[in-house]
Ligand binder design. Sequence first.
Ligand code: NAD
Length: 288
Amino acid sequence: MKIAFIGLGNMGGGMAANLIKNGHEVRAFDLSDEALKAAKDHGCNTFATAKEAVEGVEAVVSMLPNGGIVKSVYESDVFGHAPEGAALLDCSTIDVATAREVIEAAEKAGYDMVDAPVSGGIAAANGGTLTFMVGGTDKAFGRAKPVLEAMGKAVIHAGDAGNGQAAKICNNMLLAIQMIGTCEAFGMAEKLGLDPQTFYDISSVSSGQCWSMTSYCPVPGVGPQSPADNDYKGGFATALMLKDLKLAMEAAETANAGTPLGKHAKDLYAKFADEHGSLDFSAIGRTL
Ligand code: NAD
């Protein structure tokens, strides 16, 4: 397929490279010359504007920083410029309300559009092993699926427009709470005289077991290799976890959902991000 890709940063760069590897033709646009140069090295054709990149394509994929940018790029550069009937896929993490608004506008302009945020970080984007959670009509999902399959290991239809974003922020709110709980448990175990490895051996096969413990242990030298073993460098940055928690709290307020632990997790990450925004989110244990 001929696909336009807008936003080739840490995540989008690897995703576009995987589209090329799977035989697609990619027309790339980014505001950053550096990102465009890297895209060219991966085999993308690069363009000076988004409007040119979307000319004649069958699909548009975007991976952008926030909802305001997504809305403005689609409204000014995609609608009316990409051929009518093209499939539009926004893979950025943005607020549910903006995702629904942009998809509604896309449908009015004659496009099938999905929100398709990802689980998995830069390594999964480069390796083509992302999980996509997708919101949109059955028809839009059916058209987006083959494009997403070229960049990920799982593509799941979450329901109507915006439901991909809803799944993403609920999942990441749970992850943040779970990670803080895991750090608290390891911290208290140590203060009570339990060796961290011994606590891991017990809890990882008991009812406290969770992903933050057994797949991404926040304690160096315990469990499988994780950012904790690299001084909390790499992985999923605290600043990005904070972004997702802010989106989660906005959505909770709009939906009138009770999320006291989500709010507390957001406050703890906000405080930690002031000085340590670039560290992996599992470093939150340092604040306890
Ligand atoms: P990034 O900052 O590395 O990349 C964003 C890119 O968008 C940059 O290259 C920037 O120049 C470009 N851009 C900004 N405004 C633009 C515009 N108007 N037109 C064209 N290009 C524009 O960010 P990232 O880490 O790649 O994250 C992208 C999205 O993926 C975000 O929504 C983020 O929340 C989400 N996400 C990131 C991760 C991660 O681990 N980095 C994981 C999951 C989801």
